[in-house]
Design a protein around this ligand. Sequence first.
Ligand code: G3P
Ligand code: CA
Length: 253
Amino acid sequence: MINHRLYELNRPVVFAHRGASKYAPENTLASFRKAMDMGAQALELDVTLSRDGTVVVIHDDTVDRISNGNGEVGDLTLAQIQALDAGSWFSVELTGERIPTLEEVFDLVGKQALINIELKNAKKRNTELVQKVAALVKAHNVQETVIFSSFIPKNVRLTRALLPECPVGLLTLPGFLGKLEMVLFPNNSPDLIHPHHSNVSAAFIEKQHARMRRVNTYTVNDADLMRTLIGWDVDGFFCDDLITAQQVLTKNP
Ligand code: G3P
Ligand code: CA
């Protein structure tokens, strides 16, 4: 893991959450391109499976919110998913943007940016998604430029087994449930932990650092909160608003 890109980037690592999602439709190639054009060195995206087993990049269980179609992603074939317009809900100029496959994102990004792949299979908790993503990572030889996260501990364990060279972080919920998860699953993700920002404190970060574990927190768009987290020595945060993050970091070099 020593040569992994994550450990070469300046801290805190700003992850462009679903791409530059304040400036382009989330989780589309336009959003990832925009983030890299804005100087992002790390991206975040969400993956799930189409009905015919292709790894597609989308946050929700359905296509309803971010496209002109409707239905569960897992009930639609890749052809049906890619026939949808995933840009016009965001702006007329981006009409025609599609829901991309993970392979299309790998082809676009290459090794230009680190990618945090969030594994979303809450509805179908089998191993197919993780196995397919691991195979794609190996086929594209991007082990050194991808990290993983999931709210599902089983995904975290399987990813670590399939791709031991890639850092993996357990995502935890806000509030008491998130605190409980970190107690119940303390060793699932020894390299990284991805808590909601409401469960992060200076003492929490210090404790994680003492055990050589990085803290990347979500989703942070408020400048004051960024400054507070940076003061606490946070390792990274997920952010929709790259301009605010850049302004804060410029004043906190
Ligand atoms: O990885 C951080 C963040 O993406 C987790 O929440 O709902 O935006 O996928 P969500
Ligand atoms: Ca996510």
